[in-house]
Design a protein around this ligand. Structure first.
Ligand code: BG6
Ligand code: MG
Length: 219
């Protein structure tokens, strides 16, 4: 029997409610480009890097732009995003997060964040939850973003765990693909679009029981 000894969390949409902030910032950029952009379109941007997100929007509009313009739009999007989360605090933590972090820490279960965001460490500090994590791997630490498994493989390695000893919590299709590609156990959280993609789905982390977790994954 494999012993689950570590929890790996995606950040946006799993620990903290920031996905709407990302969506609205991209919507403003898409508007500037004259590309229609809906919440449905945004679904395929969840979990992927900033550059890959802009490429998808450009692709949707059939647009080609210079490298300078590309960089300008990435910076602009990030400025919109950062302005919208300037006041972020623990009230934006998703249900069950704080309780799970406290309990897992008490039980000495290793924990890491595996996020595509280059703002992850900044946000964790703003939320004042960075102390719960033994490692934080984010968009600055990987060569190949999700759906490549690199971010989670680096997280597992930092925790000295094997992928099969870890549970990855993800709200995005790209993140689920990354976890599965890395041979991790994965639980989809808080995104009904994942219900058909994952074996284990939770509406939020209040539904996760540490006492049942090994069982949950084996079944
Ligand atoms: C992911 C989000 O966590 O990070 C995406 O799900 C976001 O929506 C991506 O685009 C990159 O984030 P950032 O903060 O580096 O622009
Ligand atoms: Mg996410």
């Amino acid at each position: 029997m494999v012993n689950i000894n570590a929890l790996l969390f995606d950040l946006d949409g799993v620990l903290v409610s920031t996905e709407t902030n990302h969506y609205l910032a991209w919507k403003a950029i898409a508007q500037e480009l004259g590309v229609p952009f809906t919440e449905h379109d945004n679904e395929s941007l969840k979990g992927i890097s900033r550059a890959d997100s802009l490429k998808k929007i450009l692709g949707k509009g059939g647009l080609t732009i210079s490298n300078e313009e590309f960089d300008r739009l990435m910076t602009k999007k990030n400025n919109y995003y950062l302005a919208s989360i300037a006041e972020i605090n623990q009230s934006k933590l998703l249900p069950g997060v704080k309780e799970l972090l406290i309990l897992a820490k008490e039980r000495r279960i290793k924990m890491a964040v595996g996020s595509s965001s280059k703002n992850a460490k900044f946000i964790l500090e703003k939320l004042n939850i960075q102390q719960y994590f033994d490692a934080v791997i984010d968009g600055n630490d990987v060569q190949i973003p999700k759906p490549n498994p690199e971010v989670f493989l680096k997280g597992a390695s930092a925790l000295n765990s094997l992928p099969i000893e870890c549970i990855v919590f993800e709200d995005a299709q790209s993140g689920v693909e990354a976890a599965l590609a890395g041979n991790f156990n994965v639980i989809g959280v808080g995104n009904p679009a994942l219900k058909n993609v994952v074996t284990h789905y939770l509406n939020d982390l209040t539904e996760f029981s540490i006492d049942n977790y090994a069982q949950l994954i084996r079944n």
